[in-house]
Design a protein. Structure first.
Length: 395
């Protein structure tokens, strides 16, 4: 039996960075690094006032944490990209306050990999069980309706699910290099019609007079990250009240810190200088995976979005030995650019027995339908060869 004291922390700064780094060492996901989550707090991008209150649970042995559950107390469901509005409506119908709720994810980042961070010398199963019990107890004492872990690490999934979590399947798009060595190999994976379409879209960019360049390491500074924020802000503003602008300029500028120098890649579209772009996109990498995050443009140029957010990042990934690319949430047009539909999994715990029973029954049917939808999408991809049918174990 583990002997440790449990503490709830209202800021990641209450957990020293060296301890966090040691616990998260094997993950190698930038969005769960101490500095990334700390910069979200320091920049004001997340806070209690914005409905993202850090509330990390840690188990301590003496003065060292042996496990941390990165959690946030949420007053809304924005910035999650797993849309739980049916759950909120059900709670309303049952006379239950849906908010606040507990949420486990890296804010605003629909990136697979959430799990409790556990010391390698501890037993994952035992520690996970202890922490789930502590979370349940805390939630029930404070009138919290649910605890939700989004974009769950597949290795941690069976451990957490065995502790009583309900599984919900959603859909995301991923590109995998497979045996592709360069962009010509990428093009060769498509049928002839789609190869022509992609070549035509890229030709449009050249004919517009634009040059595309990937900015890395010393090419990235506070100034061009400030420009990237402006593009991001402008793009979000196009959608009015639904623009989902979550990140502050201060957060973007924080990415100029040397600690991020191997993780940030900017794709600049320009006519004279890459430092004077008319459009930009921001990607994050860990040297084996690439994640697409944000983009924006001063001009409305046909196919520029596809070039900056898909084609140039894929070309860069292939040049740098990157094996997979997650372009971000949404976008039905992704499937025509080589992105395979795959399931992402969230785990949930509801503290109203009636609500729990209703949703679990609903999920049994919905998960089967989602899997059929994913396979249908993949059966229609414009590839030369059929993609493999995805199967998923039932709970």
């Amino acid at each position: 039996m583990v002997k440790a004291s449990a503490r709830w922390h209202s800021s990641i700064k209450e957990i020293p960075e060296p301890f966090w780094k040691e616990l998260a060492e094997s993950k190698n996901i930038p969005f769960y690094q101490w500095n990334w989550l700390c910069d979200l707090e320091e920049s004001g991008s997340i806070s209690k006032q914005k409905g993202w209150q850090p509330l990390f649970l840690a188990l301590w042995k003496k003065e060292k944490p042996i496990a941390v559950a990165p959690l946030y107390l949420k007053a809304h469901s924005y910035g999650e990209f797993v849309f739980d509005h049916p759950f909120a409506q059900l709670a309303l119908d049952l006379g239950i306050n849906y908010y606040p709720k507990l949420l486990g994810m890296s804010p605003f980042s629909p990136v697979e990999g959430y799990r409790f961070l556990i010391d390698k010398d501890e037993d994952d199963d035992e520690i996970t069980g202890i922490m789930m019990h502590l979370i349940d107890d805390f939630a029930q004492k404070h009138g919290i309706s649910s605890c939700n872990f989004l974009y769950v690490d597949k290795d941690w999934l069976p451990i957490a699910e065995a502790k009583g979590c309900a599984k919900w399947l959603n859909q995301q798009s991923l590109w995998n290099a497979n045996n592709q060595k360069d962009f010509n190999d990428y093009l060769a994976s498509f049928n002839s019609n789609q190869r022509r379409n992609i070549k035509r879209e890229r030709k449009t960019i050249k004919e517009s007079g634009l040059i595309i360049k990937a900015l890395e390491d010393k090419d990235i500074d506070r100034n061009n990250l400030g420009l990237m924020h402006d593009f991001y802000e402008s793009h979000c503003s196009r959608w009015g009240a639904w623009g989902s602008k979550y990140l502050s300029r201060k957060f973007f500028e924080a990415l100029s810190d040397p600690i991020y120098k191997d993780q940030v890649v900017l794709f600049s579209a320009f006519r004279e200088s890459p430092m004077e772009p008319i459009a930009m996109s921001l990607c994050i990498t860990n040297n084996s995976k690439l994640w697409g995050r944000y983009w924006g443009s001063k001009e409305n140029i046909n196919s520029l979005h596809f070039e900056l957010c898909y084609y140039s990042p894929i070309a860069w990934a292939l040049e740098n030995g990157i094996k997979s690319f997650d372009p971000g949430a949404g976008g039905s047009h992704k499937k025509r650019r080589g992105f395979i539909a795959t399931p992402n999994i969230s785990l949930h715990r509801w503290y109203s027995p009636k609500m729990d029973s209703i949703i679990r029954s609903w999920l049994t049917k919905v998960n089967e339908l989602m899997l059929k939808e994913i396979n249908k999408v993949n059966s229609e991809l414009p590839f030369q060869f059929k993609t493999q049918t995805i199967q998923h174990e039932k709970s």
